[in-house]
Design a protein around this ligand. Structure first.
Ligand SMILES: NC(=O)c1ccc[n+]([C@@H]2O[C@H](COP(=O)([O-])OP(=O)(O)OC[C@H]3O[C@@H](n4cnc5c(N)ncnc54)[C@H](O)[C@@H]3O)[C@@H](O)[C@H]2O)c1
Ligand SMILES: O=C(O)C(=O)C[C@@H](O)[C@H](O)[C@H](O)COP(=O)(O)O
Ligand SMILES: [Zn+2]
Length: 366
């Protein structure tokens, strides 16, 4: 069964199609968007080895010719050199303003290619074909695109909505345990930020997501529907959309501190960040201590990292981590703003965090 979530953004509205074997049906899904029968695909080496052939065959079956650029896998690819390489390759392919670029891969490829599409000839359309759990529940939807800087995560980018998202949930079978688990960090985030019932469901069912396609499709579709609702009300993060950043002030600082390396994946940073945001909320008297304990118990049950102690190797001191948080895009007038919570599913944005509480939460988790 294929589920469809519509993202109602007026002239930039699009569908997110979710279900098994969508890559094999991609030609028919994409053909109506094309003005001429050709498409440029950008992907990474791992995904190319596993799924590019299926995509190109599906396009060919509909008479669509395609060329592919294959980039190295990993967070380091979300950087200037690979942006330059991608955009220059697209220009070499003579991709025109009415053509379509396909991003086939995880959040790294989606963010990079989406940004490339945003700036190519001042904006060409693109299709997200997310192949990780993280990309299917989060990064392929909502139009945040960009690359990392030495100074911080996603600091160079643009809002550029895709024209279509095809989330083939069967491709998650080939994902490593670690990447699947990291993606779960963004799934659990939705329950924690705004849907206590979904968190209850995850407590009971999350262990089934890896092997049970029905449970997986439900979790992906529910997450995407939540994101679509928030994004449709606040496309460019003037307010409510910041809730989707739960856990990210901590997580992004940790990713920068570990050099965007395999030491800490984005979803792992988000998992740690969510745990710390709830600890901070309890310390500030916003919610009872039982709430972070419940969050921590679920993360432990799912074998998710939940503290600084779970990051392998040395981390910088608290001052350095807090300085890294200073580059967060939620900062206003030099003041950090955190997503905190009054309970599970009751997140809000606050600029009232005392540095002493921040230090206490960070050092307690080392
Ligand atoms: N734009 C947004 O709204 C948004 C939201 C969340 C995260 N992000 C960004 O997403 C990125 C993380 O994305 P990610 O976790 O998907 O990482 P990723 O793109 O690096 O993918 C993780 C790994 O899985 C491999 N892979 C991908 N699909 C596979 C498959 N089906 N089978 C086997 N291996 C596969 C990749 O090659 C890679 O090695 C971060 O840069 C983060 O900042 C963006
Ligand atoms: O879509 C959003 O909005 C999010 O915040 C989703 C996050 O999971 C994602 O990691 C996003 O890229 C972070 O945004 P940023 O503005 O803090 O870079
Ligand atoms: Zn994220």
């Amino acid at each position: 069964m294929t589920r469809t979530v519509h993202v109602p953004l007026g002239a930039r509205a699009y569908d997110v199609r979710i279900g098994a074997d969508l890559i094999a049906r991609a030609g028919a899904e994409i053909a109506p968007l094309l003005h001429r029968p050709r498409a440029a695909i950008i992907t990474d080496e791992t995904v190319a080895g596993l799924h590019l052939g299926t995509l190109q065959t599906a396009l060919r079956a509909e008479g669509i010719a395609s060329k592919a650029l294959i980039l190295p896998p990993g967070e380091a690819t979300k950087s200037w050199p690979h942006l330059t390489r991608s955009v220059e390759w697209l220009l070499d392919q003579r991709v025109e303003r009415r053509d379509i670029v396909i991003a086939l891969g995880g959040g790294v490829i989606g963010d990079l290619v989406g940004f490339g599409a945003a700036i190519l000839r001042r904006g060409v359309r693109f299709v997200q074909m997310p192949t990780t759990l993280l990309a299917q529940v989060d990064s392929s939807v909502g139009g945040k695109t960009g690359i990392n800087a030495r100074q911080g995560k996603n600091l160079i980018g643009a809002f550029h909505q895709p024209s279509l998202v095809l989330a083939d949930t069967s491709v998650l079978d080939t994902l490593s345990e670690r990447d699947f688990r990291a993606g779960y960090g963004e799934v659990v985030k939705y329950g924690l930020l705004g849907d206590a019932e979904f968190f209850d469901w995850l407590e009971a069912n999350a262990h089934r997501l890896r092997d049970d396609i029905e449970a997986r499709d439900h979790a992906v579709a529910h997450s995407v529907a939540m994101k679509a609702e928030i994004v449709s009300r606040d496309e460019t993060e003037q307010g409510e959309r910041a809730l989707l950043n739960l856990g990210h002030t901590f997580g992004h600082a940790l990713e920068a501190a570990t050099g965007y390396s395999q030491r800490l994946l984005h979803g792992e940073g988000v998992s740690i960040g969510c745990a710390l945001a709830f600890e901070l909320s309890a310390r500030m008297g916003l919610c009872p201590q039982e709430t972070p304990s419940r969050v921590g118990a679920h993360l432990a049950q799912m074998q998710m990292p939940a503290g600084l102690r779970d990051v392998p190797g040395e981390l910088p001191d608290d001052e350095t981590l807090i300085a890294l948080m200073g580059q967060d895009k939620k900062v206003v007038d030099d003041r950090l703003r955190f997503v905190l919570a009054r309970g599970i599913g009751q997140a809000f944005v606050s600029d009232a965090v005392k540095t002493a509480d921040l230090h206490a939460v960070l050092s307690q988790s080392r």
